[in-house]
Design a protein around this ligand. Sequence first.
Ligand SMILES: NC(=O)c1ccc[n+]([C@@H]2O[C@H](COP(=O)([O-])OP(=O)(O)OC[C@H]3O[C@@H](n4cnc5c(N)ncnc54)[C@H](OP(=O)(O)O)[C@@H]3O)[C@@H](O)[C@H]2O)c1
Length: 426
Amino acid sequence: MSRLDLIIFGATGYTGKNAVKELCRVLKNNAFTGLTWGVAGRSESKLDDVLREVSKKTEEDLSSIRKVIADVSDEKSLTDMCLQCKVIVNCCGPYRNYGEPVVKAAIEAKTHYVDVSGEPEFMETMQLFYNERAREAGVYIISACGFDSIPNDMGVIFLQQNFGGTVNSVESYLTVMAPKNPSGGYINYGTWETLVYSLANYSMLSKLRKKLYPTPMPDFKPKLTRRRLLHSHNSAYTLPFPGSDGAVVYRTQRSLYEHESQRPAQFKAYVTFPSLFMGLKTLFGAIVLYLMSMLSCTRALLLRYPRLFSGGTVSRTEPSETDVQETRFYFELLAEGWAGDDADLTSPPNKTMTAKVTGSNPGYGATVVALLFSAIMILREQDKMPKCGVLTPGYAYRKTSIIQHLNENNLKFEIVSRDSEKQNEK
Ligand SMILES: NC(=O)c1ccc[n+]([C@@H]2O[C@H](COP(=O)([O-])OP(=O)(O)OC[C@H]3O[C@@H](n4cnc5c(N)ncnc54)[C@H](OP(=O)(O)O)[C@@H]3O)[C@@H](O)[C@H]2O)c1
């Protein structure tokens, strides 16, 4: 049996189903019509339901799409699935529970792998234990190809490529504009479950990092300013962004430093709130969520009553289509550094630049667009990618045309100001 270009594993989940639907749309573009694909999951009848539902929505005939039965608890089924494609697009999460056997099977079958994990512990464990094996097998294992962390990780790369000099630091401010009164929540239960388990295991990260990176990177100066926990930015209030973006950007920048001798950019991510009250309310909610995730009895409550503990944003059943579609976001990325190739990097930074990354439906629209183009880049532009292994998106895709494709598909990267250049022109 010939290998398909890609298989979406976990196609019966909310993210997986959205990836199938988005793939049908992407394939209407002439550039990708020849791409072959299939779906995989542990229940044939559920896979049938997904293909029927997507077929109805997209008016595509999906009757000949290959269905593969694979269960995370059955190693052989995973290897058989991976042997049937060139890239496995893994939408089965939480990845800390279901990811490792799929990565292992992909390496065994010499199949490339992408996912939308936002779990640093999973990603860094895969890098620690499977990087060499992936390299030897000649495969790419690339996590964080969704909303976590393509906008920030590729956003920093985008700034570095457009800066016209050396970037010392980037601060990222995420603003999410969600419907005021969501009818059914705009975050799926799978994401909530993943968040709760990630918080519960947060303390394991520092031990893991000592093994992954036994030697620290040199101190690059000037150090990025440490902001207060709750600080104001423009007319908004901000908190540190608790997601995985900081960890992913760090790994990308560290790879650039170690393999390309490029000065790494320091990075810090924040999330904005329209009022001090909203910022304080979120901070309080985050502390309660963190503490409750620690104990198994309170963790069970979080998992049992997601809507209650998420303030109505998480839905146990699928989120409402209108709510997710009406959720918009933008990242404002502020870079600071030095102009020109031969700048004195011990002098104070003399140049700033701002980029914006905008889109809608962050969890299941922008995410699946980024995920699919991550897979497509491996299929089409491998010659522009670095050596195989367990890599981050920023390091893997920095020389490909992924940003151009994302721009054409509703996830827009743009430079919005080049401040010091203006000053120089005056
Ligand atoms: N980083 C981002 O930006 C981003 C965005 C969205 C989602 N995500 C992540 O994506 C993951 C999935 O989220 P979701 O909301 O789509 O969750 P979901 O709807 O619960 O889907 C989970 C999928 O995993 C499958 N699965 C579970 N156990 C399995 C097993 N033993 N064998 C085979 N398949 C199994 C489920 O199959 P069944 O249907 O048979 O149960 C389902 O297809 C989560 O980790 C979430 O955090 C990340």
